[in-house]
Design a binder for this molecule. Structure first.
Ligand code: TRH
Length: 354
């Protein structure tokens, strides 16, 4: 397959998921020999997320007056962030025009399968005459799949744990502690979670942010200790997920990585939406994730996911570890057996006229 020139557009709405997903995609395309221009309105998080950059990837600041650059072969707008009008006009004037993709948010809801790959002809505006194609990531073969490069780190949890223990900021951690990563929002319902975690000696790993600040002011049940972490790069973050005994993650990208990189189970604090639509999204995921598991385990895991999102009280104890782990590992194996998003995107673009 010949290498293409990609323009990938990213607007940071808040937090790190927009830049996190776009950087992963850019880096995966670059690793496969493509040239990627990542247009981004706020690249600040890349300083710690990707301090080394990535081969083939150039970061293009996207301010109020974007430079008049000619479009490449493929244009990807992430999460419906429309490229600048002048750029779209140049796309329409190009012969042939670039393939124009809208990379959507991840959801397990049925609309992702229904809408994946649909064409959206542009009738008005600077892109009139062009087609835009919807590309939906997802959990099933009928969707665009998940970004999977680097997920093999999860095949060696002992190696990941050795790496974690060797980090300068891990000095002084108790050797045999259970490790629980808490990468949630500051709104995470805490007291019940801390009670459910109480008992075995446990270190709670806390990335920088509101949740870490809040926890430092919270009384801790016996056995629990806090470890405040620095921000680490995406590959290091993946290794951390692979090293722990339980991961509480959030948003979109850490949610995916906890499924692909870790053999230990996870909980998801979903990004809250004003209209409450996140509850349906959560349920759609749980229906897929838990399908076929024993009813008692399904009930226990579902309650914890609900509790992490304020939709149910926390149970007094977390699900039985071995059964929960087995459920998670079976799910991971299923996802890993599917074609990854980057491979599918390349195949999709190849079969599309501009
Ligand atoms: O930060 P998030 O909540 O991001 C988002 C955005 O808010 C976005 O607007 C919303 O639409 C989306 O969620 C659903 O969570 P997420 O998606 O998990 O992104 C975090 C990224 O930060 C992910 O790429 C992992 C990365 N990361 C590191 O690389 N190193 C770190 O130390 C940490 C803590 C995170």
């Amino acid at each position: 397959m010949r290498a293409w020139r990609w323009d990938l557009f990213c607007r940071v709405i808040d937090n790190f998921g927009d830049v996190g997903v776009c950087w992963r995609l850019a880096a995966e395309l670059g690793a496969r020999g493509h040239a990627v221009r990542l247009w981004i309105d706020d690249a600040s998080a890349l300083a710690w997320m990707a301090p080394q950059g990535a081969p083939g990837v150039t970061v293009q600041p996207w301010g109020d007056q974007p430079p008049d650059l000619p479009p490449g072969d493929v244009v990807v707008e992430a999460f419906g962030c429309t490229p600048p009008p002048g750029f779209v006009a140049r796309m329409a004037a190009a012969t042939p025009p670039p393939v124009w993709i809208n990379l959507e948010y991840l959801s397990a809801e049925p609309y992702a399968e229904r809408s994946h790959g649909l064409r959206s002809p542009q009738f008005a505006g600077p892109g009139a005459g062009l087609d835009k194609w919807f590309f939906y990531p997802g959990f099933t073969p009928a969707t665009g799949g998940l970004l999977q490069d680097g997920a093999a780190v999860g095949d060696d949890p002992a190696g990941a744990r050795g790496w974690l223990r060797a980090q300068p900021w891990a000095e002084g951690w108790r050797e045999s502690d259970r490790l629980v990563l808490l990468f949630g929002y500051a709104s995470l319902p805490l007291p019940g979670l801390l009670q459910a975690l109480a008992g075995p000696p446990t270190t709670l790993l806390l990335p920088p942010g509101g949740l870490c600040d809040r926890l430092q002011a919270e009384p801790l049940p016996a056995g629990l200790r806090l470890a405040a972490l620095p921000h680490v790069s995406q590959p290091e973050f993946d290794r951390m997920l692979a090293a722990t005994d339980l991961n509480l993650v959030r948003g979109e990208d850490s949610f995916v990585r906890a499924q692909l990189c870790a053999t230990a189970p996870f909980l998801w604090q979903i990004y809250p939406q004003d209209d409450g639509a996140h509850a349906l999204k959560l349920e759609a995921f749980l229906d897929r994730y838990l399908a076929g598991s024993p009813p008692a385990l399904v009930g226990a895991v579902r309650q914890c996911f609900h509790a992490a999102n304020g939709l149910a009280p926390w149970p007094s104890a977390l699900p039985e570890p071995a059964a929960w782990r087995a459920l998670h590992q079976a799910w991971r194996a299923r996802l890993r057996a599917q074609d990854d998003l980057c491979t599918q995107l390349l195949r999709f673009v190849k079969g599309r006229p501009g």
